[in-house]
Design a protein around this ligand. Structure first.
Ligand SMILES: *Cc1c(COP(=O)(O)O)cnc(C)c1O
Length: 434
């Protein structure tokens, strides 16, 4: 559920007319709904009632510092994967104490920074990593809290690039070797064995892989609690969102109308399935949702450059491109595309929606049916709040898009459009070419 809907003929985010945002800040621009994020946090927290649960928002999905501050205000910690992300948490004025540090290749400098800021825990993916964390903790004279990531070998039935819990992924340690890994970890003098972790993939639209994975790992978590006194179990992230029918999925009525068994995963269903499995453990439960928290809370607003009518094919060329939103090119993912001004008197148009970049891959949608729109008119790519701006690049020397946060009738620029001067600021011609 989210707060993007037409009010009259104009698409609004909460009470703000998106066309007004585009007029003020130009395009392409990402617009996020603070209320949608707050609702998602609240619903997930309620779904987990009965557990001692801590949400660590996976900030790689959207790491704008205003968004981070909003999550911190809502009581969330963060799941971070780099020193840069850690520093963003600090810049946002949030605490690192409620955050965990994941990723397969943490550097010594990153480990040091995390320890100095009293990270809640490191999520460790290999023995060499443990050696490194133990070493850095030793030089600082502290004990590093850790959990080992278990790979439960569960098929998440999601896109190959975002499935992580199968035994052939680079992530985690297989369950059969996990006991030995913990035995080894407990012997390091500067390591505090604090928890256990799993994460099976992203954009899971069904609860059954989560259930399967928790059922596999929970008995081991109980063993670890008895043996090493671990205090938490992180069940990872991965809760999927609605990409098709994204606009319709705003109101509760859409969800109620979905047939039993076909309803996309909800935080309520997720909680109902997992709480009974987790509660008996008596452990603190960490969750690391990224996409679910912000995906449907953001859109990318873009302007039509041209409608190019071809032989048997139309192309809608827009001012956003794969550098701004790479998901369609990278994951073949679907984003609903809607006009900012709805006009039911217009004809439908079937077109490939493409950006201006010189690559065939710069295509957001093939043969998409949408309301006819022409040069200068505005459209929105829905469900672009997660892995949108965060994965954007400067390919084709296109500067980074602007970002705006809406709350009620208020909106503010939270990241200005990058300037050309900034784009080239670090570059120079060496003396030997002059
Ligand atoms: C990416 C990631 C997440 C977040 O995944 P979502 O699908 O966005 O919820 C959580 N935990 C870990 C370890 C991750 O790598």
């Amino acid at each position: 559920m989210h707060h993007f809907r037409y009010s009259g003929s104009d698409l609004h985010c909460e009470s703000v007319d998106l066309a007004a945002v585009a007029k003020l800040y130009g395009t392409p621009t990402y617009v996020y709904s603070a209320a949608t994020i707050a609702d998602n946090v609240t619903r997930l927290q309620r779904g987990l009632a009965g557990l001692d649960a801590q949400i660590c928002y996976a900030m790689k999905a959207n790491s704008n510092i205003a968004v981070l501050r909003h999550f911190a205000n809502l009581g969330c910690g963060f799941d971070l994967v780099s020193g840069g992300e850690l520093r963003r948490v600090l810049v946002a004025g949030a605490e690192v104490k409620r955050s965990v540090f994941a990723g397969v290749g943490k550097t010594e400098a990153e480990i040091k920074l995390a320890l100095e800021n009293e990270i809640f825990s490191f999520h460790v993916e290999s023995e060499p990593e443990l050696v490194r964390i133990n070493h850095v903790a030793g030089t600082l004279g502290v004990k590093a809290p850790i959990a080992i990531r278990i790979n439960p070998d569960v098929d998440a039935h999601t896109h190959a690039k975002i499935t992580t819990g199968k035994s052939d992924n680079k992530f985690g340690i297989p369950l059969k070797y996990a006991a030995a890994a913990y035995e080894a970890a407990a012997k390091y003098p500067n390591i505090h064995v604090k928890g256990v972790q799993m994460h099976i993939g992203s954009q899971l639209t069904d609860v059954s892989p989560f259930v399967e994975a928790v059922e596999k790992v929970a008995p081991f978590a109980a063993e670890l609690k008895a043996k090493f006194g671990i205090s938490y179990f992180s069940v990872g992230g991965g809760i999927g969102i609605v990409y098709r029918d994204a606009l319709a999925s705003g109101p509760q009525s859409w969800w109620d109308a979905q047939p039993e068994g076909k309803r996309p995963i909800t935080p309520e269903a997720y909680g109902a399935a997992l709480v009974p499995l987790l509660q008996p453990l008596g452990l603190k439960i960490l969750l690391e949702p990224g996409r679910f928290m912000v995906g449907n809370a953001g859109v990318l607003v873009s302007r039509v450059e041209h409608l190019k009518r071809g032989a048997g094919k139309n192309f809608l060329i827009v001012d956003a491109a794969m550098n701004d939103l790479v998901r369609p090119a990278m994951y073949e993912s679907f984003h609903e595309i809607v006009p900012l001004r709805r006009d039911t008197s217009r004809r439908a148009l079937v077109a490939d929606v493409v950006g201006p970049i010189c690559e065939s891959g710069d295509c957001f949608a093939k043969d998409r049916q949408l309301q006819e729109v022409g040069e200068g008119e505005l459209i929105a790519f829905l469900s672009a709040g997660a892995y949108g701006y965060a994965m954007a690049s400067r390919y084709n020397s296109r500067t980074m898009a602007a970002e705006v946060l809406v709350q009620g009738s208020k909106f503010e620029l939270i990241n200005s459009r990058e300037s050309f001067e900034h784009l080239v600021a670090g570059e120079k011609v060496p003396a030997f070419l002059k």
